[in-house]
Design a protein. Structure first.
Length: 221
């Protein structure tokens, strides 16, 4: 069983509990793994160890024979956004040259969907860094990491935590936050996804703070 643990699954907690109870009685041998929004290259058994103890999806594929059946549990509410978002929102962690795996996967997905790849203007990272230095001390800070990440890695003082998968459920709350708004995560990937989605909903004056350690460094300056 592959189980989506994205924030948008919050409304299905009781349904998932019922499913687990039924599955344990119906199946002789039940194995379960977790993923976030979409199944990519890794899954995990314990959400508290998501960042440290993952299992390659390829290993799962080759582990079980044809006697096993796959149960895929997820609402897919973020799937189309992650696949088609301008700016890139594919949460794929590859080894090797940074960004290569994401780019190649994005081209393959676009080809499979019959859609052309789009290009977009990328802001100067130097200018973006200068902007962050100027606004960080009077900006509203939004942390889009999962609660388990805050428990394991620590939080940023004064930051509001809304996990990436829960962003669509908090649009009014985020729109009411004082600007400028600095959004960050663990590495800058999910915060970029959050900004792209919020901009598509008409929200403005948002800045990618990158990883939480970057934000902490800026706050200490």
């Amino acid at each position: 069983m592959l189980m989506d643990v994205g924030g948008s699954m919050g409304g299905y907690i009781q349904m998932c509990e019922d499913l687990f109870s039924a599955a344990k009685t119906e199946f002789k041998h039940l194995e379960y793994y977790y993923f976030h929004n979409c199944v990519y290259d890794k899954v995990w058994k314990d959400n508290r160890l998501r960042l440290n103890e993952t299992i390659p999806l390829e290993e799962i594929i080759h582990k079980y024979n044809s006697d096993y059946k796959l149960i895929y549990v997820g609402d897919a509410s973020m799937a189309s956004y992650e696949i088609t978002s301008v700016g890139g929102a594919i949460d794929f962690y590859n080894e090797g040259e940074p960004g290569t795996g994401k780019t190649l996967l994005a081209f393959e997905v676009a080809k499979a969907l019959g859609k052309p790849m789009h290009t977009w203007h990328v802001k100067s990272t130097t200018k973006a860094q200068q902007d962050l230095n100027e606004i960080i001390h009077h900006a509203t800070l939004l942390d889009v990491r999962e609660p388990a990440e805050l428990d394991s890695d620590g939080d940023v003082p004064g930051a509001i935590n809304i996990p990436l998968g829960s962003i669509p459920d908090h649009l009014e709350e985020i729109e009411s936050m004082p600007r400028p708004l600095v959004i960050f995560c663990r590495s800058g990937n999910r915060s970029g996804q959050a900004i792209a989605f919020l901009e598509s909903q008409g929200q403005t004056d948002m800045h990618n703070g990158g990883g939480f350690m970057d934000v902490l460094d800026l706050l200490e300056d």
